[in-house]
Design a binder for this molecule. Sequence first.
Ligand code: IPE
Ligand code: IPE
Ligand code: MG
Length: 237
Amino acid sequence: MSEKTNLPVPAHVAIIMDGNGRWAKARGLPRLAGHHAGTKNLRPIIRAAADAGIKYLTFFAFSTENWNRPEEEVEGLMALLSEFLETELQEMHKEGARFLHIGHLDGLAPSLRKKIEDAIELTRENERIDVILAFNYGGRDEIICAVKKLIEAGTPAEAVDVKAMSDAMFTAGTPDPDIVIRTSGEKRTSNFLTWQTVYSEWFFPEVFWPDFSEEDLLKILAEYSKRDRRFGGLSKK
Ligand code: IPE
Ligand code: IPE
Ligand code: MG
């Protein structure tokens, strides 16, 4: 329950940050300017989520399919992550955020990989909010990796169940998202948290990610509190 609003607060909110390119296009700017504006929006939204009492916040920043974009854009996205870690991490750390990564670090430049690993190490004891960055992440890839892990560990077939699979995911230890938000009006998952979102509540605000505000988040939290989550059972309301 939120102390301020007395409404139930979701533990985990996951965000597909979409629409940076269209945001830029609408202003006659290059796509990378949209990614820049989108990256700038991380900090206020992390703050707003932490203030609202959300304990886990996942951002989809780069999918396993985003490698298909022009090299210049891919390089720009890598540079922006690097810049974000350089400029925002200390502040996040002070504010009690624990930084985590899901996806594959191999495939990234060694210098970027090191920055991500250092960020995880620096913030590992923080407890206010987990900020989980899905970067070079794909939901199908994660499921394949989990199956491989179980096979490599010699797991017998009868021991393969939902818990064993969940524990083998990159997200082990994090509760499934209560809410998934995809900005920009697109209504598809694009390979995000395929295993974990089977009972998530989805929201599709008609706003490009760089313009997504604290107010938009609070509106979603209010609407979430009215949804009836039945998990296949019957309403408790
Ligand atoms: C989301 O914005 C950021 C990434 C996928 C990296 P897009 O770049 O997908 O923006 P649109 O969808 O082209 O507007
Ligand atoms: C999903 O957005 C990936 C991220 C936001 C990081 P995309 O823009 O890549 O998805 P599609 O291609 O429109 O499905
Ligand atoms: Mg997009």
